[in-house]
Design a protein around this ligand. Sequence first.
Ligand SMILES: Cc1cc2nc3c(=O)[nH]c(=O)nc-3n(C[C@H](O)[C@H](O)[C@H](O)COP(=O)(O)OP(=O)(O)OC[C@H]3O[C@@H](n4cnc5c(N)ncnc54)[C@H](O)[C@@H]3O)c2cc1C
Ligand code: SF4
Ligand code: SF4
Length: 427
Amino acid sequence: MDMAVEAGVIKQHLIDPEICIRCNTCEATCPVNAITHDDNNYVVRADVCNGCMACISPCPTGSIDNWRTMPVVRAYSIEEQLGWESLPAELSPEELEAAGVTADAADAVEVAEAAPAQAASTEAAEPVFHSAQYGATVPPWSAAHAYTNLFPPKTPTTATVVGNFNCTEAGFDSETHHIVLDFGAIPFPVLEGQSIGIVPPGVDAIGKRHHARQYSVASPRNGERPGYNNVSLTVKRVTEDHQGNPVRGLASNYVCDLKVGDTVQVVGPFGASFLMPNHPKSHIVMICTGTGSAPMRAMTEWRRRLRKSGKFEGGKLMLFFGARTQQELPYFGPLQSLPKDFIDINLAFSRTPGSPKRYVQDLMRERAADLAALLKDGASHFYVCGLKSMEEGVVLALRDVAKDAGLDWDTVGAALKREGRLHLETY
Ligand SMILES: Cc1cc2nc3c(=O)[nH]c(=O)nc-3n(C[C@H](O)[C@H](O)[C@H](O)COP(=O)(O)OP(=O)(O)OC[C@H]3O[C@@H](n4cnc5c(N)ncnc54)[C@H](O)[C@@H]3O)c2cc1C
Ligand code: SF4
Ligand code: SF4
């Protein structure tokens, strides 16, 4: 053990609550479950984080790359961090010395010294399937360059609502809106697969301004209306929490109730890896539930426009799309009008009265032969977006399809990740 650890000092990993957009990427990425959150903040467990840095580059805002030299006995607890509104300053040399940390020990401490032997060994004892480990943190090699964080959480820009309609069947409890925002003369370039943040107006119960909520861009790179500086979103009105209890989601209800002509505060764009390939004949397999269809709509529409202009060179488009019922499936009507030789559509409904429950992973297993052929092809790219609860089942289905086709999943899964060909975005 080195001097710094002997002296009881660590580099504590912390998240800046002022610029974190609560996107969950870090929590999904961390291989040792060191990150957790509540309704207020995302935080890092000092005794679990081993300084592996896996979460640093996927974080869209840079808010996760903060480190404080701390005496082990004074490491900030989870409870303290959950209550923060801003990061604490570094302890002064005097404060460190008063806690028994010499200047030499403080200078010597490095990030990896915070390694928690016991957390790592628990994981190693029983290997569990961790779907997030297969998600790529790099974009496909032929993706276009993505601009990110042009308007960070502290300095939003303004967009004007130019469209808002219900893109699910009217008259049902579950409602999802298609919203179009125009940026006027403000540069706000986005690519399919990126997201933006909407800042709900007003302040919370303790007078703090609300944090932004993220929404995937549903329009292609040249705008919802081609040639205009606008983007569309697919926003589900949250009326119940994940356990089914009634709740009024703050941002989603605000967005769904916006009128044409209203202005909104926007941050972003965010996301530099969930991006589509641009090379000829690249295949795209899209697996989504509910509003996870937003980035898939963007990618499909971009390819549709390319095809219309004669620039589409024939890569396959395959869609697995799940919702509770057909009435709750966003864009059900427009999907039906896409040519069959352009996109291979597979719909799964889990709560159609009188029909057995079907999930996207069931459809994937039914289409195993086609998926296996795509898994064998290095030009295939897989995108998964939607409810968190779908992620593991979908990646397990991909693994089983690979195994049943005689492929070695460890090799295939590692290649998908390394080559930016399997992207997971669930929330
Ligand atoms: C990368 C990313 C992309 C996203 N893209 C989209 C998108 O394209 N379209 C979209 O509609 N949403 C999307 N979301 C979710 C969105 O950011 C908000 O979390 C969601 O709109 C709820 O915010 P709210 O303010 O209405 O609810 P809150 O007031 O924050 O939450 C109210 C309660 O509802 C629960 N809750 C939150 N979200 C949901 C949900 N989706 N279903 C059920 N219960 C929920 C919360 O746990 C809480 O208990 C995305 C999230 C991430 C991280
Ligand atoms: S540095 Fe590694 S262990 Fe620590 S929170 Fe990030 S991903 Fe988890
Ligand atoms: S913004 Fe960064 S720190 Fe905050 S939840 Fe997302 S990945 Fe984690």
